[in-house]
Ligand binder design. Structure first.
Ligand SMILES: C[S@@+](CC[C@H](N)C(=O)[O-])C[C@H]1O[C@@H](n2cnc3c(N)ncnc32)[C@H](O)[C@@H]1O
Length: 227
């Protein structure tokens, strides 16, 4: 399988945690106000903590695995909350393994999860799912619109690049597709709150609400699918 690695360079964000900058678009993978702070708030606090934790396994889809920072938080959360987690991450343009190894997430996220991620990353990229504690992790090298799921998801981390750099990740086709992947009662979290995106989720019969955002961003969006 040939891998189309992203062209990126390492940056340090305001809370000291690393992020990456895409060399072609200039976009950062996280908020420059703090990669770890943003991920912890948007994806752990507003996503995992508020999701229905009684479902087992909790089926989590991440759109845009990137550095794996959100995954690291999810793995530690699942272990600490005794959740059975099934994580599927989509990533058509993976980060180079050398850069994954250089990230300082072991100082911010769970050190054991971070060491595990660095050691299994290359195997995950070639399609071999890996276990960590009470979680199963799979990475699929496919863009969102090509991804056909065999099961719906209880929680979605929608962490695409911003609409100004990757408009196609936020157009009607993408929003309709990701809406169809959510299970009844499922939850999607994203940092982006543009009105046309919120309206498209609602046109799909979902509830799309603005919530207070992480430092440096006034608001974020939480989407839920009725039962
Ligand atoms: C904002 S970054 C992701 C940050 C990531 N969650 C992290 O913690 O590092 C957006 C990611 O979406 C990926 N991406 C680009 N096009 C995509 C597509 N069509 N489907 C899924 N992911 C895509 C990019 O390669 C990039 O890794």
């Amino acid at each position: 399988m040939s891998i189309h690695y992203a062209q990126t360079s390492l940056v340090v964000t305001r809370d000291g945690s690393h992020s990456l900058r895409n060399e072609l678009t200039g976009e950062h993978y996280h908020s420059i106000f703090g990669a770890f702070t943003e991920s912890k708030y948007v994806f752990e606090k507003m996503g995992l903590l508020e999701a229905d934790q009684s479902v087992a396994p909790l089926r989590l889809l991440e759109v845009g695995v990137g550095t794996g920072l959100n995954l690291l938080l999810a793995l530690a959360f699942a272990r600490d909350h005794c959740l059975h987690l099934q994580y599927t991450g989509l990533e058509p343009f993976p980060v180079e393994p050398e850069l994954i190894a250089a990230l300082n997430y072991g100082q911010f996220a769970d050190a054991a999860a971070c060491a595990w991620w660095q050691s299994v990353y290359s195997d995950l990229l070639v399609g071999h799912p890996q276990p960590f504690s009470n979680a199963e992790v799979a990475v699929v090298q496919q863009p969102l619109l090509q991804f056909q799921a065999t099961q719906p998801f209880d929680l979605v981390f929608y962490d695409a690049f911003s609409p100004s750099s990757e408009e196609s990740m936020w157009n009607d086709d993408s929003i309709d597709h990701v809406s169809s992947l959510l299970a009844p009662g499922g939850r999607l979290v994203t940092y982006c709150i543009r009105g046309y995106i919120r309206r498209r989720f609602m046109a799909n019969g979902l509830l799309a609400e603005k919530r207070p955002g992480p430092p440096g961003k006034r608001e974020m969006m939480v989407v839920t699918k009725p039962h």
